[in-house]
Design a protein around this ligand. Structure first.
Ligand code: FAD
Length: 329
């Protein structure tokens, strides 16, 4: 059992819920609904810092985004032990030491059901009631064979049910505009997403994509499969590209496709030298993310969720181009 699981028990979570304890923490759906009228809400994704220097950088980004008024911020859940401890601690600090509304990602990888309950309890103790529920990928090789923990869960919909039964939690799930790489086809992929929504998820956040048509088709597929679930927000995830090398790696691991035309544009900007021309790649990345944001807003997306890699600059430029950032000082 990981150390963060020791102090909190399932009963502490259930006890509060059964005593009629009701969270005053807003849900993500509430936040999207009550965002400034006339301005589409945005949110940002952080990842757990690996060391003290990375943690300092994360906090610089957190404070910059705090001034821009995101609807919520999410913190990914790492694959390894010490990163996981840090994730829980830093997400707790986001809840306690900032004005931001944090969403904790939680994956089933390597956890028994008891450990998952304890983790949810650890988040609840820090006032975190919004959880993005994921199955996760096999550690080491994310594209390798999935191994269920002997006392864990097989698919994310089971974890959605588990958390909803623990008490007053607001749950989101992942969706995949191009289909998840383990799904046999898009129809199955849609059915499995709808299962997660029926299990109690209130919204989904998509995998990153670079062709807005994929997002629009996903939205249509979900609405056609189950009109009742089809009204739940599908929040598109945008990654402003700042490095060709890193986007190639991320695309490979995520199962998304970098369209050939965009890749050629980025390669052209990167140049032939040993070090890519980051400024030129970044300029293309920001322009592409801005165009995607404009189209998604025009198509009625409920919000825009940005992968930040714990840097504020690229995302804030896109937000400025889209006129989405609040101007607090
Ligand atoms: C927005 C977002 C955030 C993410 N954050 C993290 C993170 O913080 N940490 C991390 O490690 N990973 C993260 N991921 C990656 C995610 O964990 C992987 O993509 C994982 O492989 C799928 O997770 P899932 O929750 O969609 O799984 P599931 O919904 O369980 O699906 C897993 C696979 O099984 C299939 N499936 C589902 N139900 C059934 C069924 N009943 N029968 C047969 N097949 C089924 C699905 O189609 C899919 O192919 C994130 C992904 C997204 C889109």
């Amino acid at each position: 059992m990981p150390p963060y699981a020791e102090s909190v028990t399932f009963d502490s979570v259930r006890g509060r819920a059964s005593a009629g304890w009701v969270s005053r923490t807003p849900s993500i759906v509430d936040r999207l609904r009550t965002a400034d009228s006339g301005r589409v809400p945005f949110s940002v994704e952080f990842s757990p810092p690996r060391d003290a220097a990375a943690e300092a950088r994360l906090w610089r980004a957190v404070r910059e985004f705090e001034r821009m008024g995101p609807a919520f911020v999410s913190m990914t859940y790492g694959a390894g032990g010490s990163t996981r401890d840090r994730t829980v601690r830093v997400t707790g600090q986001l809840a306690e030491e900032t004005t931001l509304l944090p969403v904790a990602h939680l994956t089933a990888v390597g956890h028994s059901v008891d450990e998952l309950r304890s983790l949810v309890g650890a988040y609840a103790d820090r006032g975190i009631r919004n959880i993005l529920v994921l199955r996760g990928d096999p550690p080491g090789d994310p594209l390798g064979e999935w191994q269920k923990h002997p006392h864990g869960v097989e698919y994310a919909d089971e974890l959605v049910r588990l958390i909803r039964n623990l008490g007053d939690f607001h749950v989101g799930v992942a969706s995949f505009p191009e289909g998840h790489h383990r799904s046999p086809d898009l129809d199955h992929d849609t059915k499995f997403l709808v299962n997660k929504l029926r299990a109690g998820a209130e919204y989904s956040i998509t995998q990153m994509f670079f062709d807005v048509e994929h997002y629009l088709r996903l939205r249509d597929r979900v609405a056609a499969c189950d009109p009742e679930q089809g009204v739940k927000p599908i929040i598109p995830e945008i990654m402003p590209i700042t490095s060709l090398r890193s986007v190639r790696k991320m695309v490979e691991l995520s199962g998304s496709v970098l369209p050939a035309e965009l890749e050629a544009r980025l390669a052209d900007a990167a140049g032939d030298g040993p070090d890519e021309n980051r400024a030129a790649v970044r300029a293309v990345g920001i322009e592409v993310a801005t165009r995607m944001g404009e189209r998604l807003i025009a198509e009625g997306a409920p919000g825009l969720h940005f992968i930040t890699l714990n840097f504020a600059r690229a995302t804030s430029e896109v937000l400025a181009n889209l006129g989405l950032a609040a101007t607090r000082v």
